[in-house]
Ligand binder design. Structure first.
Ligand code: KG4
Ligand code: ZN
Length: 363
């Protein structure tokens, strides 16, 4: 049996986890900085690295404690190398080096996006199954929207499509901010969308020249902006900002009191369009690659209830796997999971390991 401690600090979550055999999560601790960044309407990089510095020691201690393991029980320390915020990545990498130096555990560098994919593979194993490969993997979060072909050993990736502008989660965040729903936008819009009519507003799908598996969300965001400018929403936006100032996490019912039907319809139609765009690429890619045996969807946007429900009715003839919400969003168990194939190949990082803000998984 092998055991890896994973560290993740690429954006606004400080996380540590102990995972066995890429299957059993002994512990997974995530310290979110949401409350720190919420008032700025997005992640502030300088604040993020400061918060990681504060959190990393207690988070790792907690993960080791909950797992009931000692340093000598670890076969390796895995850490996110990128992509992400440089100052944030640096905190995790420096701490991994400290552990490696002090405890003699080998270090493994992991690509954050590969981690998101392995979250799904790990969860299937935990349930006694296995995601059949080759597979299509859609990773959709606040920072990336990528569609990969994952081949047999879960170590080789081919990029089939990516966003040319905003990431899917970024579109949720920008629309929410624009309409006074605060940050992050995905969870609020997801919760309010069922209260509106998804067909009330017809947004036109982005036409992609060149690679038709690429994504684009900035046109949709602009269409929402235009829609809101054509109406006088100042009063309702003001009411929502007031609500947020009183209560950092309003309930759905509280949001509904300050969200008139037209705006509910807008949110529902926006979400419906994003989901349709994501699923169209999955369907087209599955048609272009008949050898794929499964689809995995991961990243923060994979938490979206509307996306999960619509994916279930895709009828692709192959299973579509979503991780449970805690494993969809940023966490360190997925970083540890992605390190196991590298442990088996003894692909260790040296002390010259440095963060790479734009690290790519495949091109
Ligand atoms: O993977 P993640 O935790 O961090 C990044 O690597 O970016 O993803 C965060 C993103 C945010 O943009 C957030 O708005 C979005 O995921 N998100 C959602 C939902 N929950 C989080 N988007 C749509 N529906 C959700 N339920
Ligand atoms: Zn992520």
């Amino acid at each position: 049996m092998s055991r890896i401690l994973g560290l993740e600090s690429s954006c606004d979550e400080t996380a540590a986890a102990v995972v066995e055999d890429a299957r059993v999560i002994r512990s997974s601790v995530v310290a979110s900085q949401l409350d720190v960044h919420a008032r700025y309407g997005g992640v502030v990089p300088e604040l993020a690295s400061r918060e990681h510095l504060r959190a990393i020691v207690p988070v790792v201690r907690e993960a080791m404690l909950r797992a009931g393991v000692e340093w000598r029980d670890l076969d390796a320390v895995a850490v996110t190398q990128g992509p992400g915020l440089l100052g944030s990545l640096l905190v995790g990498i420096t701490y991994a080096k400290a552990i490696a130096a002090a405890r003699g555990a080998p270090m493994i560098a992991v690509n954050h996006i590969e981690g998101h994919i392995h979250a799904v593979l790990m969860e299937a194993r935990g349930k006694g199954g296995e995601v059949p490969l080759p597979a299509l993997a859609l990773v959709a979060s606040g920072g990336h929207t990528h569609l990969f072909h994952v081949s047999d050993d879960a170590m080789r990736y081919r990029l089939l499509g990516r966003t040319r502008d905003d990431a899917a989660g970024e579109a949720f965040d920008k629309v929410a901010k624009l309409l006074g729903f605060g940050y992050p936008g995905g969870p609020v819009i997801d919760a309010l969308a069922p209260h509106g009519d998804p067909r009330a507003i017809r947004f036109t799908a982005a036409k992609m020249k060149g690679n038709d598996l690429d994504f684009s969300f900035s046109g949709l965001k602009t269409a929402v902006l235009r829609w809101s400018q054509e109406r006088d929403l100042a009063a309702e936006i003001g009411a929502r900002r007031e609500l947020l100032a009183r209560n950092a996490r309003p309930s759905v019912d509280e949001w509904l009191t300050v969200t008139p039907p037209a705006t509910r319809n807008l949110l529902a139609s926006f979400q419906h369009t994003v989901i349709a765009e994501l699923l169209r690429r999955i369907r087209d890619a599955a048609e272009q690659h008949p050898e794929v045996r499964a689809v995995v969807v991961s990243g923060g946007v994979a938490c979206n209830a509307g996306l999960r429900a619509s994916a279930a009715s895709l009828r692709l003839g192959i299973p579509v796997h979503f991780p449970r919400p805690a494993l969809s969003a940023d966490n360190a168990a997925m970083i540890a999971a992605a390190a196991f194939p590298k442990l088996a190949r003894a692909e260790f990082a040296g002390f010259d390991l440095h963060p790479q803000a734009n690290l790519v998984l495949a091109s």
